[in-house]
Design a protein around this ligand. Structure first.
Ligand code: AMP
Ligand code: ZN
Length: 452
């Protein structure tokens, strides 16, 4: 079966055909490194991770760039609040982000690119846009993209051109704004006092880039003028990605800048988007404090299709944690022998993922496989390990926990009692073991101890 992805551009599922069959080129809008990302943000990065893992599973070589926005309105504002140089401030959150990604078992991008390392490239694109008459300088020296000059403006998000709206005239300097505030947007922001010591002296004047130009520059510099996949959450569609298209296609004259635009839906809390500004967010640190494995959150994410909203509750997360423990237990109980991958199950698993990354249905294949008595434990184990290349639930690293000597001793005593048909004693010992947090299970030819 061919892989099909839902392309925001055109709003339908399309067969995936990379521009260069030898290598898929993919760009993921990464974090603004001004704070700890919240777990809603990790839906966007887990989603990109799943795309990459599925493509790799299907035999493609994937080059993924993820940017780190280390200069924008928010990083400048908050570094000033903390009284730290911008670089030192953003480095800290960059390192924390890497740690979080590891905890979520998100495979690192081929390259992480910092916006501040690509100022020269941004300046060149802006210069081209000026030369082509698609951008203009305002009175204060800032440079804006003239959206009326780009005839395809709105093709991704369906935004209606400014002329057709009463209130949409003039321009907007801030990085983030809503559709009903659609105006010419800033490519280059002339320095003002609010920027403090954050500026670059360039042929465009003294200033700093707007947020949107950063991704156009990093994508084109690292992946070429046209790429296969660009990902982000649905809020990135407008204005961020719409503006990226205008800047990139405007500068190169080549269309499309991106063949498949893919966006994940929200993580909600009480039916409202999880967001820093609503103060209804949790971080991976909050999960750790409650002793919750971040991979339970990963599993919870996979239990929903990326294009459906997912309402976060602690109960739902606990449900995912129970499911994950059950999976781990059943996987460990399969023993340590490897067999071969069951092709029938693999075909089903692939079929669901090829259908626009249907992870909820792919997970049902896991549970069906575990229940199937016709598949040997060794083959089940190998098939699960194969599936986990996509799911990333950490099966390969999973080990039976060391059982304390005291428990082993009690279990041995219980086994002897059982053999002697002293069932009262055997039951009492089982209970004692349980109270110490372990469970003995009788299996063929002996018993097995596991942590409760
Ligand atoms: P930001 O740091 O705000 O640019 O967000 C980083 C990524 O997380 C972007 O792709 C956003 O679209 C995504 N995102 C932000 N909030 C949520 C949420 N509540 N649910 C899912 N994705 C989100
Ligand atoms: Zn971006």
């Amino acid at each position: 079966m061919p892989i099909k992805f839902f392309n925001t551009l055109g709003r339908k599922k399309e067969v995936f055909e990379p521009i260069d069959p030898k290598e898929v080129r993919m760009y993921t809008c990464g974090p603004t490194v001004y704070n700890y990302p919240h777990i809603g943000n990790y839906r966007a990065y887990t989603f990109a991770d799943i795309i990459k893992r599925v493509l790799t599973y299907e035999g493609y070589k994937v080059k993924q760039i993820m940017n780190l926005t280390d200069v924008d309105d928010k990083t400048i504002r908050d570094s000033q609040k903390e009284g730290k140089p911008l670089k030192e401030f953003t480095e800290f959150y960059t390192e924390e982000f890497y740690k979080d990604e590891k905890m979520m078992n998100i495979l690192p991008a081929s390259k992480f690119t910092r916006a501040t390392d690509f100022i020269r490239e941004m300046v060149e694109i802006i210069q081209k846009l000026l030369d082509k008459g698609l951008a203009y300088k305002s009175e204060d020296g800032s440079i804006y993209f003239d959206i009326r000059k780009f005839k395809n403006y709105g093709k991704l998000s369906g935004a209606v051109l400014a002329e057709q709206k009463e209130n949409a005239s003039g321009r907007i300097k801030s990085d983030e704004y809503e559709k009903d505030n659609m105006q010419d947007f800033a490519l280059w922001k002339a320095w003002d006092e609010g920027d403090g010591n954050v500026f670059w002296e360039t042929k465009l004047g003294k200033g700093r880039p707007g947020w949107h130009i950063e991704c156009s520059a990093m994508s084109m510099a690292n992946l070429g003028e046209q790429i296969d996949i660009h990902t982000g959450g649905v809020d990135n569609m407008f204005p961020h990605h719409e503006n990226e298209i205008a800047q990139s296609e405007g500068a190169t004259g080549k269309s499309p800048f991106v063949k498949y635009w893919m966006h994940n839906e929200w993580v909600l809390v009480d039916k409202k988007k999880m967001a820093k500004s609503f103060k209804n967010f949790y971080t991976l640190r909050d999960l750790s404090e409650k002793g919750i494995n971040p991979l339970a959150y990963r599993l919870w994410l996979l239990m929903a299709h990326y294009r459906s909203k997912a309402n976060f509750t602690w109960d739902a997360l606990e449900g995912a944690e129970t499911a994950l423990s059950r999976l781990y237990r059943q996987y460990l109980d399969l023993g340590e022998d490897n067999g071969s991958v069951n092709e029938a199950y693999k075909q089903k698993f692939k079929e669901y993922l090829e259908d626009d990354l249907d992870t909820p249905r792919a997970l049902t294949v896991v549970w069906d496989l575990l229940k199937d008595e016709k598949v040997s434990p060794a083959n089940k184990r190998s098939t699960l390990l194969d599936f986990d290349k996509v799911l990333g639930l950490g099966l390969a690293e999973l080990k039976e926990e060391e059982v304390p000597d005291e428990i082993t001793k009690l279990a041995k005593e219980r086994e002897i009692a059982r053999k002697n048909k002293d069932f009262k004693k055997s039951d009492d010992l089982r209970e004692k073991i349980k109270q110490l947090g372990y469970e003995v299970k009788d299996i063929e030819g002996g018993y097995k101890i596991s942590k409760l």
